[in-house]
Design a protein around this ligand. Structure first.
Ligand code: ZN
Ligand code: ZN
Length: 107
């Protein structure tokens, strides 16, 4: 199947947001925004950020929060960064997204 993706425009950031497998009514862009991605003209003055005011920039939740760039890919559902298992759930090293442990995950 073909799934939409959005990647972070920041230099050396590996962040990636994949369209969920289950079809949703929401637009992909809206889902990305809800996940914490920043989609806007590239007027951001971040180091390593391409200064192309004519281009719509995509900034991952980790970079948007000043915790990027994502340097290692893992299981984070919003930025594809690496996660660590904490009590609250699987927590992203980069954007701090917490994915609660699912009861049926171990079946
Ligand atoms: Zn990023
Ligand atoms: Zn993340």
């Amino acid at each position: 199947m073909i799934r939409k993706t959005v990647t972070c425009d920041r230099e050396s950031c590996l962040a990636l947001y994949l369209e969920p497998r289950e079809p949703k009514d929401a637009q992909f862009e809206d889902m990305a925004l809800e996940a914490g991605w920043v989609l806007q003209p590239a007027a951001l003055a971040l180091p390593g950020y391409p200064a192309r005011p004519d281009v719509l920039a995509h900034l991952c939740p980790a970079c948007a929060a000043g915790r990027g760039p994502v340097r290692e890919r893992g299981a984070c559902p919003t930025c594809s960064g690496t996660t660590e298992d904490l009590e609250a759930g699987s927590t992203c090293h980069y954007c701090r997204k917490v994915a609660p442990h699912l009861a049926d995950e171990w079946c």
